[in-house]
Design a protein. Structure first.
Length: 283
């Protein structure tokens, strides 16, 4: 079994570690000599890593739509010792028009993408503050800065996560707790094959919703350029920076899409400058 290097061994807590970026990040942290508590939905998901790294990997079964389970898993983790790095990674997307989405689909998106990371972040803030610092990595998306048709609930969760994280980062800066929003682009993690779809209605079949839906239904990971192993390495490296970035866009598609979106928003804002000022009292 690989042994830790001479550097201090750090403890990670990573959600959604059974596949994709979460699994790559779990493996990378273990390979670099750290310890990881990884949460999964199915107990056998990380058997191979457990055989390789032994008790440096702790696997917890966790359904993020059940807040009571979140409290129990986080509590057990903290009772076993300090946690240095938290990664809120778990997520998925429902595809379809907002009108087509069921209340359950919307609720599950918000619970997994926003509520669970909020609860987990809050749970670790006090122990990190008391131990003198820590890192919290929020896996957002370029979809936390831009919006496309068919992903309204997904964007609601990711945009909410971005606002929550930016606010909290300012609250805890004095305590040496750093939060970073990771914004990946299209990455070969199997995300496309895990998409969930609404029941399609005729009204949206031939507009932007339908066209986006057809594209996603036909897509496979081979068209995605992001290498999850390289993303994991880049994320890992930021955890050693004394002043890590608040936002970490990863992928040229992410950079281009966010740059375009922010430029358009700024241009539109400039056209509204006089109107914005016009609503003030004149006396």
């Amino acid at each position: 079994m690989p042994t830790p290097s001479d550097k201090a061994v750090r403890q990670w807590f990573i959600t959604g570690a059974s596949g994709g970026l979460g699994r790559h990040l779990t493996g990378h942290a273990l390979q670099r000599g750290d310890r990881v508590t990884a949460t999964v939905r199915h107990p056998a998901a990380l058997e191979d890593l457990h055989k390789t790294y032994g008790d440096r990997l702790t696997v917890e079964i966790l359904d993020l739509t059940r807040p009571a389970d979140v409290d129990q898993v986080v509590g057990r983790t903290l009772r076993s010792g300090p946690v240095d790095i938290v990664v809120n990674n778990a997520g998925y997307a429902v595809v379809g028009a907002a009108e087509e989405m069921t209340t359950e689909q919307i609720r599950d998106q918000i619970e997994v993408l926003l509520l669970a990371p909020m609860l987990i972040t809050r749970a670790f803030l006090k122990p990190m503050r008391e131990q003198g610092g820590g890192r919290i990595i929020q896996i957002s998306s370029m979809g936390g800065q831009i919006a496309t048709p068919t992903h309204s609930s997904y964007h609601a969760g990711k945009w909410g996560l971005e606002g929550f994280t930016e606010s909290v980062s300012r609250e805890v800066a004095d305590f040496n707790i750093h939060l970073t929003l990771v914004e990946p682009g299209a990455t070969r993690t199997g995300f496309a094959s895990a998409l969930r779809y609404t029941t399609e209605t005729a009204a949206y079949r031939d507009n932007a919703v339908g066209r986006t839906r057809r594209y996603l239904e036909a897509a496979d990971d081979s068209v995605f350029t992001g290498d999850p192993a390289k993303l994991a390495a880049a994320i890992y490296d930021t955890t050693s920076h004394p002043n890590p970035p608040l936002r970490l866009p990863l992928g040229s598609d992410t950079y281009d899409a966010i740059h375009t979106a922010l430029t358009r928003r700024l241009t539109a804002l400039e056209t509204q400058k006089d109107l914005a000022a016009s609503v003030a009292f004149t006396h």
